[in-house]
Write a protein that binds this ligand. Structure first.
Ligand code: ZN
Length: 207
């Protein structure tokens, strides 16, 4: 994530959901607060419960842990969440522009337009709720005046989603500057949404 330019310094955060077989209680392994990726070690990763109380760790979990947990609660299909501060996604976060259906691969992989959330103060319940709402049954959302979030069944998928969000954000920003945006044909979006739902049969929701 750091090498791909999706975050700078200590910004952004990463988590995975897991359930130890002994208890069955869902837990989250999340990056620690305010730790540079260049020095972060596996032992620095904080395991918390879904109240964001650390288990056997003196380190503080990521300041956006509430958002990670809110997404896991809303989306049983999600196994990993990655939050980035990538530049072009942040341009849209500042402009408040949703990314409409303009690239085939986005619809197939992310499940529709990428929406900008309502604003929420960093680390707050409001941010967690607003981002979860913007995400809906998709795999990415833009966080108003802040950055982006991508989810997946696995960390690898979540990272690929974050890279795709940044790529389509960059393309959309440039196309907007060109003064013309041509949307995908409605039939293409419909067919691609069908592929998305077929590949992700465990995603609920009514959208
Ligand atoms: Zn952030």
């Amino acid at each position: 994530m750091s090498q791909m330019g999706l975050v700078m310094g200590t910004s952004g955060n990463v988590s995975v959901r897991f359930s130890p077989s002994e208890t069955g209680e869902p837990l989250m392994a999340v990056t620690p607060a305010a730790t540079a990726y260049s020095t972060m070690q596996a032992d620095d990763i904080v395991v918390t419960d879904f109240e964001v109380d650390p288990i056997d760790s003196d380190l503080t979990p990521s300041s956006e842990s509430l958002m990670h947990v809110a997404i896991y609660r809303a989306r049983p299909d999600v196994g990993a969440v990655i939050h980035t501060h990538s530049v072009y996604s942040s341009v849209l976060a500042v402009s408040g522009l949703d990314i409409p259906p303009v690239l085939d691969e986005v619809i197939v992989n992310i499940g529709g337009a990428i929406r900008v959330s309502e604003y929420g103060f960093p680390g707050s319940d409001a941010l967690a709720e607003n981002v979860t709402d913007a995400l809906g049954d998709r795999k990415a959302a833009i966080i108003a005046n802040h950055g982006a979030v991508g989810v997946g069944k696995t960390l690898e998928e979540a990272l690929q989603i974050c890279a795709l969000v940044e790529r389509v954000s960059e393309i959309f920003v440039h196309a907007t500057a060109m003064g013309q945006i041509i949307h995908l044909p409605a039939e293409a979006v419909e067919a691609e949404m069908a592929i998305y739902r077929m590949r992700n049969p465990d995603i609920g929701g009514t959208e």
